[in-house]
Ligand binder design. Structure first.
Ligand SMILES: [Cu+2]
Length: 413
C-alpha cells in the first residue's frame, strides 16, 4: 500500500485488510469445499441420494458465524468511518471548490490557492462543493475520498503527520480532461505554513528553485554577488550598458522583454564587462517557468507573479487555456487579445469580432453568449468574480500578446 500520513487512515487500512482477509478466506474455503464435494458425492461413490431433514447445529452455525463476521466488518468500518468523520474542535477550515478540471482552495482570511498547503500536525477541515458536475476529492496518501456535489457542502478532515508533496486526484469521471484534474497536497512545517498564509513567504522561492534547476546559479548570484555573469536580483528598471553584435554600445532599461531576450538570445546584447559565454535557453524553458523567472528578476522576492496570473491559476482557467499557444480544452490565451475571432451568437449566426477588452470581459462572465466557432461551450460562467478581478484577468490575457500575430491556438481534436 502507498505511504500513509494520516493517523485516522491507519484504521481505514485495518478495515480494508480485515475485510480482504475474510474475503480471501471465504474464497479459499468455498473453492476447496466445492472440489471436495464434487469428488466425495460423485454418483459413483454415492449412488443413492439421501434426504437430510434438517440440522439445528449446522443452521445455527451458518447463521451465527456470518452474522459475527459481518458485524465485525461493520465495527471496523464504523470506527474508522467515525474517526474520519469527527472533525476535531479548532480545525482550520479550508473551502474546496471543484470545477472542470481544477481544484481551488480558499483559506481563512480569503487566500486562494490551486494547491492545498497544510501544516504538519495541524487539523484541517475541508468544506467541499462543486461548481458544475459531481467530482470526487481523493488523496490516496490520506486514504481520503469525498464526493463534491454542486449545491451541497460535504466535509472531511485530516491531520498530516509528515512534510512532503502528495497527489490530489478526482475520482469521479467528469468529462474530457478528467485525468488532468490533479493537484498537490503540500505539507510544510507549521512556521512555513504561517508565512505562506500571511503571504510573507518568499514568493520567489519557486523562482529561486528554477534558477537552480536550469543551472543559472552556476554563473549568477541571486543576492548581488559576483559571478561569471551579473547578479540577477532586482534588475527591474535598472539601466544596463550592452554591446550589440555589430560592436555598437547601447544603454537599455531592463524590462521583461529585455530579460526574455537575455535568456533566449543572449548574444543579441552582451552586458559590458562580461564574456559572451551565456548559453541560449531557446526552447528549453517552458513559458510558465520563463515567466516566473523574469518576474523574479524584475522584482525579487517581494512581489508575486502578476495578480491576473495568480487569479487565473486559482480559478482554474489554466486547466483549459494554455499561455503558450498550445491547445488544452479551449483557445490559448497567447495572442488572443485583439485578434479576430469567429464566433456564434445565441441564435447560431456566425460572425467575426475583435477580441477587445469588452469581448474578453464578456467571454469570462458569460461565455455562452458568443461561442468560438469549432469549440464546445463547456466553459463555466465566472459571474462570481468582481469587476476588478475580471479586469485583472483581461489585463493578464492582454500581457500575453498578440506578439507574433499568429492568434490563439485553434482546436486540434
Ligand atoms: Cu472531476
Amino acid at each position: 500500500m502507498t505511504e500513509q500520513l494520516f493517523s485516522a487512515a491507519s484504521e481505514v487500512d485495518r478495515a480494508f485488510l480485515f475485510i480482504l482477509a475474510f474475503a480471501v478466506g471465504a474464497l479459499v474455503l468455498v473453492t476447496v469445499l466445492m472440489l471436495y464435494f464434487t469428488w466425495r458425492y460423485h454418483h459413483t461413490r454415492n449412488p443413492e441420494a439421501v434426504e437430510i431433514p434438517g440440522s439445528l447445529g449446522l443452521e445455527l452455525l451458518w447463521t451465527i458465524l456470518p452474522t459475527v463476521i459481518v458485524m465485525s466488518m461493520f465495527w471496523f468500518g464504523w470506527t474508522s468511518f467515525k474517526a474520519m468523520r469527527t472533525v476535531p474542535e479548532g480545525a482550520m477550515e479550508v473551502a474546496v471548490e471543484a470545477r472542470m478540471w481544477s481544484w481551488a482552495f480558499t483559506y481563512p482570511g480569503g487566500k486562494r490557492s490551486a494547491v492545498l498547503v497544510a501544516p504538519v500536525g495541524g487539523d484541517v477541515k475541508l468544506s467541499m462543493t462543486s461548481r458544475d458536475v459531481i467530482h470526487s476529492f481523493y488523496v490516496p496518501a490520506l486514504r481520503l475520498k469525498m464526493d463534491t456535489v454542486p449545491g451541497l457542502t460535504t466535509t472531511a478532515w485530516f491531520n498530516a503527520s509528515a512534510p512532503g508533496e502528495f497527489d490530489i486526484l478526482c475520482a469521479e469521471y467528469c468529462g474530457l480532461k478528467h485525468a488532468n484534474m490533479i493537484t498537490t497536497l503540500r505539507v510544510v512545517p507549521a512556521e512555513e505554513f504561517r508565512q505562506w498564509l500571511a503571504g510573507t513567504d518568499a514568493v520567489g522561492s519557486r523562482a529561486r528553485e528554477l534558477f537552480e534547476t536550469y543551472g543559472c546559479t552556476g554563473c549568477h548570484d541571486l543576492a548581488g554577488g559576483a559571478g561569471a555573469g551579473p547578479p540577477l536580483d532586482a534588475l527591474g528598471g535598472r539601466v544596463a550598458d550592452v554591446l550589440l553584435p555589430d560592436g555598437r554600445k547601447e544603454r537599455v532599461t531592463v524590462d521583461a522583454d529585455y530579460l526574455r531576450r537575455a535568456l533566449l538570445e543572449p548574444e543579441a546584447e552582451i552586458v559590458e564587462g562580461y564574456d559572451p559565454m551565456m548559453p541560449s535557453y531557446q526552447d528549453q524553458i517552458p513559458e510558465e517557468d520563463l515567466e516566473a523567472m523574469v518576474q523574479w528578476m524584475l522584482t525579487g522576492d517581494t512581489a508575486g507573479p502578476p495578480p491576473g496570473r495568480e487569479l487565473a491559476e486559482a480559478e482554474g482557467c489554466m486547466s483549459c487555456h494554455s499561455t503558450d499557444g498550445s491547445y488544452i480544452a479551449g483557445p490559448s490565451f497567447r495572442g488572443l487579445a485583439d485578434s479576430m475571432r469567429s464566433v456564434r451568437d445565441a441564435s447560431g449566426a456566425l460572425r467575426e469580432v475583435r477580441a477587445d477588452d469588452a469581448y474578453l470581459r464578456q467571454s469570462i462572465l458569460d461565455p455562452g453568449a458568443l461561442v468560438v466557432e469549432g469549440e464546445t461551450p463547456i466553459m463555466p460562467g465566472y459571474d462570481s468574480l468582481d469587476a476588478a478581478q475580471v479586469d485583472q484577468l483581461v489585463e493578464y490575457i492582454r500581457s500575453l500578446g498578440p506578439q507574433d500575430g499568429a492568434g490563439a491556438g485553434a482546436p486540434q481534436q
